[in-house]
Design a protein around this ligand. Structure first.
Ligand code: ADP
Ligand code: MG
Length: 577
């Protein structure tokens, strides 16, 4: 720990002008920067004047200075709550390097060192003390702080308080004790997660006594967004890296631990240096892989969501998703690790129908209560809308964070190569009718078989009325029907069964479509392997299954049904001839 005296002038500023001057002086002399970024100065002023603050700023935006400078301007110790040891260590090292009296208390310290730091805090010899929440919450620590002079509490990664989020830390929910026991000390909560729900929760739990809220723009103009249809994901990834990122550092996110390992192995075997990272690896390996990623050039880490928070590597050139992330925030956070140096970087993702099922299934089996699941579903839906967007992706992403963007960013796949769309109204009605008629319990494969008039053994278990949509969709290819079903699911016309068995069900939104009150235009998928387009243009002749006596009987039956009373008007009957 540095024992050198604080570099900051002893005279704490009193007037507005002297505050401004002092803040700039610290910025320059201690941190070596010329100008404040965005709202940094306003935030610092508000804390300096003793008000609470909530700061929502994207990763790399410069949140740390918002409390580090007040720590040097305000009398007393600034206590920083931070969830990760690695994160604390890096920050403290950087501060000490700049001559700031900073230390951190964590479980990796031996008792002597710990006592040493505690004594410094008590004696007023420290400006910043970083503490993990579980340590801060001990009676021992709180007592120590009560005997010290505290100037400010900074709660970093404040979204950890949110149960809906992916970084939930139960200890964060107990931090209200700071308000109760140190009512005079201002608090700042900082996060790069900006959705409304998390924001409200941070406010309610960490700043119930109010404060200023500062929201920075969440746009990351140097990140290029791309979403493609999933084929052979690993090969697609390899092509992407070879074509655009040879020798670059990057992060590849996968859903399962096993997949991170097999993908890292595959990339390595193809000449792309890659290591896996997930919570199932032992500490040493994890640490080692992380260190390598930070210090080597051109290493790819294939990771689960366990990798990321606090990874401050400026030159990550790409973040790839082989599986759909759990929510749009998760996507934003994860892709936000690319291009922190401001240089061009890419967010690349492939996804398919199976991903939607998988995530929905995970939600269903997560053990979360109804309310929680609903919140998660909404976040997933926002992500799906992002995936299926036909317009500017940046606009969709930013709108989710409550920010208006006029579109046409010129730095996403849709802007650079506007996707083709086709009028899918009729096909959508057929698909929805088929889902309904077959009992709302089958997945996309079976529904497609029925639509295309392909028989299989499951079909023989269906009654006639359930087969009334058999063969009404011979005009489209299997791939196109999958595309239609995926987009209907993504746009919320279909939903998957709540038990997570993968069965498709009608969602309330489909009524207008089925009743003919609304039309639907869908994306034409670019098929990854053959790079052929699908859509209405891909027609196929009727398969042999639709001929023969059975088919005749079915047609007769379908006509009867159409003539009969009590048939819901929104179910269409198509005479396939
Ligand atoms: P965050 O916590 O919001 O992700 P950091 O506080 O770690 O971001 O800051 C990201 C980077 O930006 C750091 O390298 C930091 O030194 C730098 N930075 C922050 N504020 C400024 C500024 N006013 N001028 C120049 N660089 C800055
Ligand atoms: Mg930070």
């Amino acid at each position: 720990m540095t024992r050198s005296p604080c570099l900051v002038p002893d005279t704490r500023p009193a007037t507005e002008a002297s505050f401004d001057q002092a803040a700039h002086q610290v910025l320059r002399d201690v941190f070596g920067y010329d100008a404040f970024r965005g709202q940094q100065l306003e935030i610092i002023r508000s804390l300096f004047e003793g008000r609470n603050a909530m700061v929502l700023m994207p990763t790399g935006g410069g949140k740390s200075l918002c409390y580090q400078i007040p720590a040097l301007l305000r009398p007393g110790l600034t206590v920083v709550v931070s969830p990760l040891i690695a994160l604390m260590r890096d920050q403290v090292e950087a501060l000490q390097h700049n001559g700031v009296r900073a230390a951190c208390l964590n479980s990796s310290l031996d008792p002597v060192m710990r006592r040493d730091i505690e004594q410094s805090a008590l004696a007023g010899e420290l400006d910043l003390l970083y503490v993990a929440p579980e340590r801060l919450l001990t009676e021992n620590m709180l007592g120590l702080l009560e005997r010290s002079e505290i100037g400010l509490f900074a709660i970093d990664e404040a979204h950890c308080v949110s149960q809906w989020g992916h970084d939930f830390r139960p200890e964060y929910m107990k931090l209200d004790v700071l308000r109760q026991r140190f009512p005079q000390v201002p608090r700042i909560a900082l996060t790069a997660t900006a959705d409304q729900r998390t924001r409200e929760e941070i406010g309610r739990q960490l700043l119930p006594d109010g404060g200023e809220t500062y929201v920075a723009s969440f746009d990351r103009p140097n990140i290029h967004y791309r979403v493609g249809l999933k084929g052979n994901a690993r090969e697609q990834l390899l092509t992407f890296i070879r074509e655009r990122h040879t020798g670059h550092s990057g992060i590849v996110y996968c859903m399962s631990r096993k997949r991170t390992e097999s993908t890292a192995e595959y990339l390595s075997s193809q000449g792309v240096p890659a290591v896996p990272y997930h919570a199932g690896l032992d500490n040493e390996t994890r640490q080692h892989h992380q260190e390598r990623f930070l210090h080597e050039e051109g290493l790819v880490v294939v990771a689960t969501v366990a990798f990321g928070m606090g990874i401050d590597k400026p030159d990550v050139r790409f973040v790839a998703h082989l599986d759909l992330p759990k929510s749009i925030e998760a996507y934003y956070q994860e892709t936000g690790r690319a291009g922190r140096d401001g240089e061009p970087a890419e967010a690349w993702m492939v996804y398919g129908l199976q991903d939607v099922y998988q995530v929905r299934q995970m939600l269903a089996q997560s053990g979360a209560d109804e309310h929680q699941q609903k919140a998660e579903r909404e976040r997933l839906e926002a992500l799906l809308a992002f995936c299926e967007a036909t317009g500017c992706r940046r606009q969709v992403l930013l709108r989710y964070f409550g920010e208006e963007h006029d579109g046409g960013c010129g730095n996403c796949d849709n802007c650079l190569q506007p996707p083709k769309t086709w009028d899918a109204t009729d096909s959508a009605r057929k698909a929805l009718s088929c889902v309904y008629r077959t009992g709302q319990r089958f997945g996309a494969t079976h529904v497609t078989d029925v639509l295309m008039g392909r028989t299989n053994d499951r079909l023989s278990r269906l009654g006639h009325d359930q087969l009334s949509t058999f063969g009404i969709g011979t005009d489209l290819s299997k791939q196109t029907w999958h595309s239609v079903l995926r987009q209907l699911l993504a746009h919320g016309y279909l939903q998957s069964d709540p038990e997570g068995h993968g069965g498709l069900q009608l969602a309330p939104a489909c009524r207008t479509l089925l009743k003919g009150e609304a039309g639907l235009s869908l994306r034409e998928d670019i098929l990854p392997a053959a790079r052929k387009t699908s859509g209405t243009s891909t027609r196929r002749s009727a398969p042999p299954d639709v001929a023969g006596p059975e088919w005749e009987e079915l047609r007769r039956f379908r006509k009867e049904l159409a003539d009969a009373e009590g048939v819901p008007p929104y179910i269409i009957f198509h005479d396939a001839t």
